[in-house]
Design a protein around this ligand. Structure first.
Ligand code: ADP
Length: 193
């Protein structure tokens, strides 16, 4: 199985690259942000709770997202592999994911981090906010809060995978194709080992 963690701050381009990855490698895309937005549009209780936190730019509790991922892994038992996008976002989530995959006889192949500087991120998120209608992209204060959450809680997740020898980073600025080529180079290096 090819199980990738696509990593990077809000606006780094994880969603765009995930789409290309699932096509090329026939993987299942698991974006906790998309799953949560699905809960919101279906008006579920979970969605109502999550919306308050998401609109404020803070993380949803670990148990909630871990439960969602566990359900999705169970629902896709025949998958070739997964692209985890926006998950794990805390060390606890990363530990839980290792355990979930281990219980299925599988593991993370690697984390691929997209590097984009702060100024470019702000620009991309504000322009996405104009088109996507995502309330958390439209407000500069909420964007700053998300980046703060990322720096304090999510950035340390990179060390978790570094310590397992599973971390690679690539430049997230360039054309979609250039960045995708960088990602496929990393994936090819897994197979070479
Ligand atoms: P982005 O990467 O652009 O910030 P996402 O769609 O991944 O957007 O996430 C939007 C919001 O959903 C986050 O700000 C957070 O509130 C919530 N969220 C998504 N994934 C997680 C997660 N793994 N853990 C906690 N909260 C999450």
């Amino acid at each position: 199985m090819l199980n990738l963690v696509l990593f990077g701050p809000p606006g780094a381009g994880k969603g765009t690259q995930s789409q290309k990855l699932i096509e090329q490698y026939k993987l299942v895309h698991l974006s906790t942000g998309d799953i949560l937005r699905g809960e919101i549009s279906n008006g579920t209780e979970l969605g109502l709770e999550a919306k308050k936190l998401m609109d404020a730019g803070v993380l949803v509790p670990d148990e909630v997202v871990i439960g969602m991922i566990s359900n999705k892994l169970d629902a896709n038992r025949d998958a070739n592999g997964f692209v985890f996008d926006g998950f794990p976002r805390t060390i606890s989530q990363a530990e839980a994911l290792d355990e979930l995959l281990r219980s299925k006889g599988s593991a993370i192949s690697g984390m691929i981090a997209l590097e984009v500087d702060h100024e470019e991120l702000q620009k991309r998120l504000l322009s996405r906010g104009k088109e996507s209608g995502r309330p958390d992209d439209a407000n500069p204060e909420v964007i700053s809060k998300r980046i703060e959450e990322y720096n304090s809680k999510t950035a340390p997740v990179a060390n978790f995978y570094k310590s397992q020898g599973k971390y690679s980073s690539i430049n997230g600025i360039g054309s979609i194709e250039e960045i995708f080529n960088g990602i496929t180079d990393v994936i090819n290096s897994y197979k070479a080992v």
